[in-house]
Design a protein around this ligand. Structure first.
Ligand SMILES: Nc1ncnc2c1ncn2[C@@H]1O[C@H](COP(=O)(O)OP(=O)(O)OP(=O)(O)O)[C@@H](O)[C@H]1O
Ligand SMILES: [Mg+2]
Length: 262
């Protein structure tokens, strides 16, 4: 049965989509059957996973949720799962997902709709990675209800770190009231500018504030313009430039993550 890992932070631009797609690729490279679910209307994970125009996709995660909300039978996974040539499977998203909060508002058990899509897929995969939208609301509750664990990427700066407390508050609510098995894999520092005062300060603050309860991954992902450049070629940095320091850091992060689980 797949382990479901959500990449979550209510703050925008903290490296969620980059981390979700790169981790997905690295797991697939290790012959783990891996599905990435794009759960953000921006469709960034879909783009990195090879979908040139997300608005031309026939069945997105929003369509599947529409089926669940209307209690219609879900299509067969062969009809909606996109196979990237790099080995990663994907359920894409596009701007249709932006209305999800509204579509769910009068639905019974509205926090459990994504669960109905993810549960049957678990027997097909080793890992299901969910790339989340940068906001906390009913859609995010859905993610936390069906995840086994979460990874919280944060940029190495103060304002980014302030968003962490909000994520942790919602994590506690879901863990106590709906999904007791949910755990936090850790906080991943992204876009780190090594050897700067800011980087050292952020590291110290993270460890002081959260270090006693939550793992702060030892691996930090350095800032590199090549990460953004890789997106232009619809690739992760690990495919585009495997020797780039950010690619090497992501490899180390994936090892650190898998070692925690074993
Ligand atoms: N290590 C890095 N070095 C430099 N740029 C990076 C790095 N990681 C991510 N980026 C770039 O920063 C931007 C934001 O990253 P990303 O899209 O992964 O964040 P996000 O948290 O998913 O954003 P959103 O909240 O909007 O979904 C992107 O342009 C991405 O290419
Ligand atoms: Mg994103």
């Amino acid at each position: 049965m797949a382990k479901v890992i959500a990449i979550i932070n209510e703050k925008g631009g903290t490296g969620k989509s980059t981390t979700a797609t790169t981790l997905g690729y690295l797991l697939a490279k290790q012959n783990k059957k891996t599905l990435v679910i794009d759960f953000d209307g921006q469709g960034n994970a879909s783009t990195i996973c090879g979908i040139a125009n997300t608005n031309q996709v026939e069945i997105t995660i929003a369509d599947l949720l529409g089926h669940v909300i209307l209690e219609k039978e879900l299509p067969d996974p062969t009809e909606y799962i996109y196979h990237n040539e790099n080995g990663v499977d994907l359920i894409p998203a596009n701007s249709e997902l932006f209305t999800l909060e509204r579509n769910l508002c009068n639905v019974n058990f509205r926090e459990k709709k994504l669960l109905e899509i993810v549960n049957p897929l678990k027997e097909l995969y080793d890992y299901i990675i969910i790339d989340c939208m940068p906001q906390i609301g009913t859609p995010m509750m859905n993610v936390m209800m069906c995840a086994d664990s979460i990874i919280i990427p944060t940029q190495a700066e103060l304002l980014s770190m302030q968003g962490l407390s909000e994520v942790l508050k919602h994590y506690q609510i879901i863990k106590e009231n709906g999904n007791p098995k949910l755990t936090i894999e850790g906080i991943l520092v992204t876009m780190d500018s090594r050897n700067t005062m800011l980087s050292a300060l952020v590291n110290e603050m993270l460890n002081d504030k959260f270090g006693n309860n939550i793992r702060v991954f030892k691996t930090r992902i350095p800032r590199s313009i090549k990460v953004a450049e890789a997106c232009m070629y619809q690739q992760t940095i690990c495919e585009y430039l495997p020797d780039n320091p950010a690619a090497i850091a992501y490899e180390n992060f994936a090892k650190e993550l898998i070692n925690i689980g074993s």
